[in-house]
Write a protein that binds this ligand. Structure first.
Ligand SMILES: Cc1ncc(C[n+]2csc(CCOP(=O)(O)OP(=O)(O)O)c2C)c(N)n1
Ligand code: SF4
Ligand SMILES: [Mg+2]
Length: 351
């Protein structure tokens, strides 16, 4: 596993990071120092914390992307930078994770904590990080092969467990990094190194797979529409739970022009889902209710290039919240014992 270096932190960032790692006891210690100062009659002014540095594109950028010129993934990276800048997230809390693939090189290009991990195993890695450190912003990037083929089973389990993370899948209908093999989303007839006379297998329908899997935020976009990508990343980020965006991102090297029918810059039609406004108008009857699973499934059945936007969104408790509650209850039952005491108790029992 390749781990990225920590971002350089401003003094304020370090202060905040300390606080996050602190138990209540330590926080009390900080305030007792302040109280102690008051008691001793010290009238020295409190030291003002330096302002947090603005999160700029320069601060978030790491390394030069090594994708082929014209690859759709560049636009995804640009959209992600924009979201980070717009939302001014705490720099030290940004985590980008990925499996293996051209798209999975993403964490190399973001100056934040992260890892370029094992092919198809980004969801389990992200799950551990999200559950252990719910204060972090866990973003996951990868390709169609990584997410729907070798990692397809992990995707289903991350979805049903509703583990809090934002997963962006750059779907180019091909294995790019390994130079043109059929992927799980390649259309029937696609000629590749693994299917020289054309793919014969029914492709995965990402939206249907995610709906059936139990993901709680499911959306679709196109790398040629940066503003749409930004909107969806922000919505997925704001959603509590397992949020996934499938993005048609062209591999100009091994499957060029395949997404032109939905690319407005190339004369295609980018049809966006009209979501219900709940305004009691006759037009609203025809709009899409994002909480309606069957309606989402119907939208997912539209022929290629399909429709774009939020297919499904529902509010279901996250594993993060359920596990936290379970840990708290268990701790209470054990007389609020420390982790070490609980471990010792377990050892004593099995002696
Ligand atoms: C366990 C394992 N199996 C296979 C590979 C070889 N491999 C690396 S990337 C890749 C497919 C990449 O395709 P995709 O996930 O669609 O990403 P893209 O390159 O198209 O962005 C494969 C098969 C690997 N690195 N590890
Ligand atoms: S091979 Fe395809 S997916 Fe990989 S960087 Fe080049 S254009 Fe992008
Ligand atoms: Mg791919």
């Amino acid at each position: 596993m390749w781990m990225l270096p920590a971002p350089s932190l401003s003094p304020k960032a370090l202060v905040n990071d300390d606080v996050d790692f602190m138990s209540e006891t330590n926080m009390t210690t900080t305030s007792s120092v302040a109280a102690g100062n008051r008691q001793s009659g010290s009238d020295s002014p409190a030291i003002a914390e330096p302002p947090r540095e603005k999160l700029t594109k320069k601060a978030i950028t790491a390394d030069l992307p090594t994708w082929c010129p014209g690859c759709g993934d560049f636009a995804v990276l640009a959209a992600f930078y924009k979201v980070l800048e717009k939302r001014q997230l705490d720099h030290e809390k940004i985590v980008t994770l990925a499996g293996i693939g051209c798209s999975s090189r993403f964490p190399y290009f973001v100056n934040g904590y992260g890892a370029h991990y094992i092919h198809g195993r980004a969801v389990p890695l992200a799950s551990g990080i999200s559950l252990a450190r719910p204060d972090l912003h866990v973003f996951l990037f990868g390709g169609d092969g990584d997410g729907f083929s070798i990692g397809g089973n992990h995707l289903d389990h991350g979805a049903r467990k509703n583990i809090n993370m934002t997963y962006f899948i750059m779907d180019n209908f091909v294995y790019g990094l390994t130079k043109k093999q059929t992927s799980p989303t390649s259309p029937i007839g696609f000629k590749s190194k693994t299917d020289p006379s054309g793919a014969i297998d029914q492709p995965v329908n990402p939206m249907k797979k995610l709906i059936a899997g139990g993901a709680t935020f499911i959306a679709r976009t196109h790398a040629a529409t940066v503003n749409h990508m930004i909107q969806l990343i922000e919505r997925a980020f704001d959603h509590q739970g397992f949020s996934v965006i499938e993005c048609l991102s062209e591999c100009v090297e091994f499957f060029p022009d395949v997404f032109d029918p939905a690319n407005p810059k190339k004369g295609g039609s980018f049809e966006v889902i009209q979501e219900k406004k709940w305004d009691n108008t006759p037009e609203d009857e025809l709009r899409h209710d994002v909480t309606d699973e069957l309606a989402a499934y119907k939208l997912a059945s539209l022929p290629f290039p399909g429709i774009f936007g939020v297919f499904y969104e529902t509010d279901r408790p996250t594993k993060n919240a359920l596990e936290k509650k379970w840990i708290e209850t268990t701790r209470e039952k054990n007389g609020n014992a420390s982790d070490l005491e609980i471990l010792q108790k377990t050892f004593d029992r099995i002696k």
